[in-house]
Design a protein around this ligand. Structure first.
Ligand code: SF4
Length: 438
């Protein structure tokens, strides 16, 4: 690898690296963008109510912009960052409450009419934390308007929010090679006019490549507009090429840190990542191999499955057998035919109960003179015969009482049959009834 720093400023760095690849430079670029810590304003407290100046003049604490927009603009200001002095607040000794090890406090007190700039944001403490770029506008105040705020800056990463991103415009480009064949070029100058980066220029009437050819963006516009001469066998005068192992790496910062410092910090972060990776790799290789780990896990799973099977077998026990015996007959009654011992399984109990309920509901509707069933079911035998007899007696008594209550209508005398005298038919009926009663 051959590294050549082409340009170095406080906020800009450009270097040319040979015998390298984008695969090597891209991790550094990504760390510069998202992993490099930086201070930025996180919390802003706005004073509400009237504000008075030294003369006693009163101002309203209002601005043309919403407080949220002002807070957002303050968050994008480049706060000077020294990573040796500050650490992340969430892992600070203050446990996130805020202390000089993790926090910078600022105040801003301006009264209109005026334009509030970044220079008006004053640090509470060391003056070296004042904003370097002092001409960043924040808000314009009108007559009678004022702003009084207290802001807190903490450390963060670009992966959390863009306000913690230190650099911008980080790019990796192939190193261009722009050549003009003077023997073929007709010096028409079309490439000079069309080049967006002003790479070509005229020198004594001839078209040549300027010293700024590294700015070529490989757009090939000059090649497309170049018209080959008829005697060149179709070959064009301009040729643009690049080398994939010859790169230009450049970026600029927001002045919160110098361009060189951010590169050093990023390389340190990259080195720590590689060291951490190496240590973890050694630990992994010193331990059991993955195949052994997988076999152990499979054996543990099989053992767990076997343990789970045992309680299932215990749960599948045979159903409990329930034996129901016929009731003993009462004295003076005929012995009730005892049913055979009935085995009822738990799953058939409900079915039997439902059948007995249906039969019990159907019995009152059945006529007492219904034909006896040839072979009554064991459940029917269980019902006591006394109950049936009592029900029959009750029904007979009710029938008798109804007949007694109903008044007997006097029977109309039957008409005398032909050949009989009136009164003879009644005497015959009386005699017939007497015979029947006898
Ligand atoms: S490739 Fe594009 S940028 Fe490069 S010299 Fe040609 S016109 Fe200019």
């Amino acid at each position: 690898m051959k590294l050549d720093v082409k340009e170095l400023k406080d906020n800009y760095l450009k270097m040319v690296i040979e015998k390298t690849s984008t695969s090597f430079l891209n991790p550094i670029r990504r760390i510069l963008i998202s992993e490099l810590p930086k201070m930025a304003i996180e919390d802003v407290e706005f004073h509400l109510g009237p504000i008075r100046d030294e003369t006693g003049k009163e101002y309203e604490s209002v601005t043309p912009l919403f407080d949220e927009i002002i807070a957002h603009r303050l968050g994008l200001l480049p706060i000077p960052t020294d990573l040796k002095l500050f650490g992340f607040r969430d892992i600070c000794v203050c446990k996130g409450e805020g202390c000089p090890n993790c926090t910078i406090m600022y105040t801003l007190n301006k009264k209109g009419p005026c334009t509030v700039y970044s220079k008006d944001l004053e640090p509470l403490g060391d003056a070296k934390f004042a904003i370097k770029n002092q001409n960043i506008p924040i808000v314009k105040l009108d007559e009678g308007q004022a702003i009084l705020i207290y802001a807190t800056a903490i450390l963060g990463k670009g992966s959390e929010h863009a306000k913690w991103q230190t650099i911008s415009g980080a790019s990796i480009r192939y190193y261009p090679e722009v050549k003009i064949d003077a023997e073929i070029c007709d010096n028409g100058g079309g490439c000079i006019d069309i080049c967006p980066m002003n790479i070509m220029k005229r020198d004594d009437g001839k078209v040549i490549v300027g010293d700024n050819f590294e700015d070529c963006i490989l757009c090939n516009a000059c090649v497309e507009i170049c018209v080959p001469r008829q005697d060149s066998a179709g070959k064009k005068a301009i040729e643009v090429n690049y080398n994939e192992n010859h790169l230009i790496f450049s970026y600029e910062t927001d002045e919160s840190m110098t361009a060189l410092d951010v590169l050093k910090e990023s390389i340190a972060i990259f080195t720590n990542k590689l060291r951490n990776f190496s240590e973890n790799l050694e630990t992994a290789l010193a331990g059991p191999l993955w195949e052994e780990i997988i076999e152990e896990e499979e054996e543990e799973e099989e053992e767990e499955e076997e343990e789970e099977v045992v309680p299932e077998e215990v749960a599948e026990e045979e159903p409990v057998e329930i034996v129901i015996k016929a009731p003993e007959p009462a004295e003076g009654e005929e012995p009730i035919p005892s049913p055979d011992e009935i085995s009822i399984f738990p799953e058939t109990i409900e079915g039997k109960e439902e059948e007995s309920k249906e039969e019990a509901e159907a019995e009152p509707e059945a006529e007492p003179e219904a034909e006896p069933e040839p072979e009554p079911e064991p459940e029917e035998k269980d019902e006591p015969e006394e109950k049936v007899e009592e029900e029959e007696k009750v029904e007979e008594e009710e029938a008798v009482t109804e007949e007694a209550e109903e008044p007997e209508e006097p029977e109309e005398p039957k008409e005398a049959e032909e050949g009989e005298e009136p009164g003879e038919s009644e005497e015959k009926d009386t005699e017939e009834n007497a015979e029947e009663d006898a």
